[in-house]
Design a protein around this ligand. Structure first.
Ligand SMILES: Cc1cc2nc3c(=O)[nH]c(=O)nc-3n(C[C@H](O)[C@H](O)[C@H](O)COP(=O)(O)OP(=O)(O)OC[C@H]3O[C@@H](n4cnc5c(N)ncnc54)[C@H](O)[C@@H]3O)c2cc1C
Length: 397
């Protein structure tokens, strides 16, 4: 059977028109049958048609003009809708449409007039033997007028004290918010960050520490800090409580994921937010060592408590090996679970979130390309479609 899947990646919506030919049961006449299915149903339809020996003549995105079947239908066994046993196509209206996040607060505090918040706590997230330094830092927002409000998936700006090499005040740096809108204390008046101290050696071999990340990691409780924002709408969670959420995080890219997961599974947070998550959430977390895993105990606990709704898969590069005997990176885990991931992505309720260092993007893209190809899909075409449908969310830095 020849199957053209080129159109799958070109679709603007998730609905497809599939034309197949085959013989009716008990008849020698070949018939042409048209199916309208959503992306989620496409691979099931292909399987059924394949099993029945039908020829797939065309696959086109609905709304792009009906495909024209060839004049002479090839002879092949039956491919009727009933024989194919395909669930009825859902009306297009049932697939989620891109919806502007209208009520999301943005830029309540700007760099010229930042809010000054007090540090309430600042503690290490790393275990003995970890590489580097990563801190969980919380700021009191209660003195704000107006109060700096935010939602899960947004970032805030931090203006470090002091001046740059030219004697000018430092510019702000952005940090993904690591607490839900209710804060770690559920009082709606704090914001937390997860900050890695930037350190590297320059060309002369000198050890360099990042300005703002060092400023933040060194803060003592009670210190005043200039905060701007909030900003960002790229990483917002869908409101749909039945959505599925695939999360790909490395290092401090876990910050937005922690907010989603707490919103979904932390009992006091659930009481505060009234959000009853019923979908499937799957976190892929990459770290160099076990000691570098961030919020690991919390995620293990949620996985144990909500086994039907939360799955946690780790890639620990310096301790685990991939199938080729190399270091285990997050993209290796994506490849390992390609079938399930794409099974989920075919569902229009599934969103994918990626956050962490920019360097993670090519590896993930490569893994998604291979995983998509295994399902007969073209990732370079599918990804922009997911993005357009507001289901592919990336924040890397
Ligand atoms: C939307 C967004 C969200 C973010 N969220 C987080 C977060 O949750 N947690 C977090 O820790 N960070 C986060 N960041 C990164 C953060 O904004 C800062 O960029 C980071 O903390 C470094 O700032 P710094 O002032 O410490 O470094 P700087 O003093 O500004 O130094 C950074 C500069 O150092 C140079 N440099 C860096 N690495 C090297 C290297 N290996 N070799 C040579 N030169 C190098 C580059 O020129 C770079 O511009 C986020 C960034 C964005 C855009």
């Amino acid at each position: 059977m020849r199957v053209s899947i080129a159109a799958a990646g070109q679709s603007e919506s998730t609905m497809f028109t599939v034309i197949a030919s085959g013989r009716q049961a008990g008849s020698r006449a070949s018939v042409i049958q048209t199916y309208r299915v959503c992306l989620q149903q496409l691979s099931a339809l292909f399987k059924r048609l394949g099993a029945s020996g039908a020829n797939i003549l065309a696959v086109t995105p609905a709304g792009s003009g009906d495909p024209t079947p060839p004049a002479a239908a090839p002879s092949a066994p039956v491919a009727s809708a009933a024989a194919a046993d395909v669930p009825p196509a859902k009306p297009a209206a049932s697939t989620p449409k891109k919806k502007p996040h209208g009520k999301v607060p943005v830029n309540t505090y700007k760099p010229k007039n930042p809010f000054v918040g007090k540090v309430t706590e600042n503690y290490s997230l790393l275990k003995d033997g970890a590489i580097g330094r990563v801190q969980h830092i919380t700021f009191d927002l209660s003195a704000g007028n107006p109060q700096l409000e935010y939602v899960e998936g947004q970032s805030i700006g931090i203006i470090p004290d002091g001046v740059d090499a030219k004697g000018k005040p430092h510019k702000l740096r952005l940090y993904s918010i690591a607490s839900t809108r209710h804060g770690d204390n559920y009082q709606d008046d704090t914001v937390s960050l997860c900050v890695r101290q930037l350190e590297y050696k320059n060309e002369a071999g000198e050890q360099i520490y990042g300005v703002c990340s060092t400023f933040l990691c060194d803060l003592e409780p009670g210190s005043d800090v200039k905060i701007t924002g909030p900003v960002g709408k790229e990483m917002l969670l869908p409101e749909d409580e039945d959505a599925n959420i695939i999360m790909l995080a490395t290092g401090t890219g876990i910050a937005p994921m922690r907010t989603y997961i707490r919103r979904m599974f932390e009992p006091r947070e659930r009481e505060a937010n009234g959000y009853t998550f019923r979908g499937k959430a799957w976190l892929f977390m990459g770290a160099p060592k076990t000691a570098n895993l961030l919020y690991d105990e919390d995620f293990l606990h949620y996985e144990k408590t909500f086994p039907d709704n939360f799955r946690y898969t780790k890639a620990i590069s310096r301790e685990q090996q991939n199938t080729k005997g190399g270091r285990m990176y997050i993209q290796d885990r994506v490849l390992e679970h390609a079938d399930e991931i794409f099974g989920m992505i075919e569902n229009p309720k599934t969103h994918v979130y990626m956050c962490g260092l920019r360097g993670m993007e090519p590896g993930i893209d490569e893994a998604m390309t291979a995983a998509a190809a295994a399902k007969g899909l073209d990732w370079s075409k599918l990804r922009p479609q997911l993005k357009k449908a507001d289901r592919w969310h990336v924040e890397t830095y």
